[in-house]
Design a protein around this ligand. Structure first.
Ligand SMILES: Cc1cc2nc3c(=O)[nH]c(=O)nc-3n(C[C@H](O)[C@H](O)[C@H](O)COP(=O)(O)OP(=O)(O)OC[C@H]3O[C@@H](n4cnc5c(N)ncnc54)[C@H](O)[C@@H]3O)c2cc1C
Length: 458
């Protein structure tokens, strides 16, 4: 790449102040919140509109320059890192909520709107989105769709992809594609996703920016519940905890269940004597009477599965601090999150295996848990290290590698792949039609292979 020429062209597109190739600026883009080593981009550019993204992509194609899309850089799997150099395209200037449509119950946002901003703006009008990730202060909506993420309310509403009504996407060629009802100009706005044949939105959900850049997204919105109720349950048996969560979700009693393994409590207090094998934080929503009814049913389910009621105070605090609670754990350092989907019935099996791996590697700070996704569990294994402790870093990386290998062998399915899972996924999927089709789509959408290289293992 002729860097001077590309920098000058980019300045012509987005303005002098929003392009840099200064190493001091680039340093801030070398990492995310996970355990991937630093990767250096050569240029960072901050477009302010779909048209500017489109012009950047046309230039990148002409000059055959790699582009990596980045929102808030808060993911933990390395997808926003410039593995092969080139340009980082940061979306944070595109931070407008373009419409709250109460008629169609949707909200449309530009790519760089964070969940923190979206949540507070919707709350002012009595609305909420269906999936609120805990990393929501720095995390952007478009990135979370591309992963696709999960979060508070996932037990009721699924993942972020399930919330999408339509997208505006800049393809690697620079062309702009509308998916959903807005794909038809006369429809004028986004109100329905499944129009005129195949679900084109689906191509950009989970493809982690490899097929196009989401410039604008329309999501479903819901009335905020009048009341939230909270319960914390404790179990001496992991299977019972998973069964209880399953039953609570199946009966639609809660909008979010968070299962926490004893390893978390052990990490908080290594000297504690009697610890539960697992707890469930249960988040209930509804009117006053609905919450009370549901609370009673949750108590009955807890009793049936030999759970103990711990009251709701802890869970209430968790909810009230939902954007900072998880972030606070990063005082333990950074590190990979090994997360994948499993059936409820395999919670104990996966937890036992992964806990043994972490113990064998003697990881100092690590824990396991699961988010109830409404029809299965997202099983997560978190391990932390401080940058100055290279010995611990090596242990954490080795353990994470073993856990990814093991999870895949056991039939767990990772969803946010990034750089972290890419080599493992490529190895196990290589002969499947699924993988071949994904690679064909990549060639079709991005023939010069310039966008988000290295993620997904393709
Ligand atoms: C403390 C903490 C808690 C977290 N909790 C959750 C949680 O509960 N649920 C959850 O899902 N995640 C969680 N995360 C991860 C992360 O915060 C979210 O997934 C967030 O939405 C990512 O947004 P981002 O803008 O930071 O993405 P980035 O890290 O910038 O990018 C993530 C991926 O999205 C791609 N991408 C970015 N923008 C676009 C775009 N416009 N079009 C196409 N692709 C794009 C990038 O290339 C990259 O592959 C957490 C992270 C932290 C640090």
């Amino acid at each position: 790449m002729n860097r001077t020429h590309v920098v000058s062209e980019l300045k012509g597109i987005v303005g002098e102040s929003y392009v840099s190739d200064d190493p001091v600026d680039l340093l801030g883009y070398t990492r995310d919140f996970g355990g991937e080593p630093a990767h250096w981009a050569e240029i960072v550019v901050g477009p302010s509109s779909t048209e500017e993204i489109s012009e950047v992509m046309k230039l990148a194609n002409r000059e055959r320059v790699r582009v990596t899309v980045r929102g808030g850089g808060s993911s933990t799997s390395g997808g926003c890192l410039a593995t092969l150099g080139g340009i980082i395209l940061e979306t944070l200037r595109m931070n407008k909520i373009t419409e709250i449509d109460e008629d169609c119950m949707t909200v449309s946002v530009e790519a760089g709107v964070t969940f923190g901003k979206l949540e507070s703006e919707l709350a002012k009008k009595g609305w909420m989105i269906g999936v609120v990730p805990e990393g929501g202060l720095p995390g952007t909506v478009a990135a979370n769709i591309s992963i696709p993420g999960m979060g508070f309310f996932s037990s009721a509403y699924g993942c972020q992809g399930d919330q999408v009504v339509g997208l505006k996407v800049v393809l690697p060629s620079g062309e702009v594609l509308h998916t959903g009802s807005q794909g038809y100009p006369n429809a004028k706005k986004q109100f329905w996703r499944y129009v005129f044949g195949p679900d084109l939105s689906g191509l950009f959900i989970g493809s982690e920016g490899t097929l196009g850049i989401i410039a604008e997204a329309t999501l479903k919105i819901y009335r905020r519940p009048a009341v939230m109720g909270f319960e914390k349950l404790s179990f001496d048996d992991l299977d019972n905890a998973a069964r209880a969560s399953h039953e609570i979700t199946q009966k639609k009693l809660a909008i979010y269940n968070l299962i926490t393994h004893e390893s978390f409590y052990r990490a908080v207090d290594p000297y504690a004597k009697a610890l539960p094998k697992a707890t469930i934080d249960v988040f209930i929503a509804g009117t006053n009477s609905e919450v009370e009814e549901r609370r009673k049913s949750v108590h009955e389910i807890a009793e049936k599965h030999r759970g103990i009621l711990l009251g709701g105070e802890d869970s209430r605090k968790y909810w009230e601090n939902h954007f900072i609670q998880a972030g606070a754990t990063y005082k333990n350092g950074v590190g990979p999150m090994v997360t994948y989907m499993i059936p409820y019935s395999r919670f104990q099996e996966f937890t036992d295996v992964m806990w043994k791996v972490m113990q064998r590697h003697k990881i100092k700070k690590c824990w396991i848990g699961a988010f109830d996704m409404g029809n299965c569990l997202e099983h997560y294994n978190a391990a932390f290290y401080h940058e100055y402790d290279q010995e611990e870093y090596k242990k954490v990386r080795d353990a994470a590698g073993e856990m990814m290998e093991t999870a895949l062998k056991m039939g767990g399915t990772p969803y946010r792949i990034g750089l972290q899972w890419a080599p493992y996924v490529a190895r196990v999927l290589k002969d499947t039609e699924f993988f071949k089709t994904t690679k064909s789509l990549k060639r079709l959408f991005d023939p010069n292979n310039i966008l988000n290289n290295g993620v997904l293992g393709i």
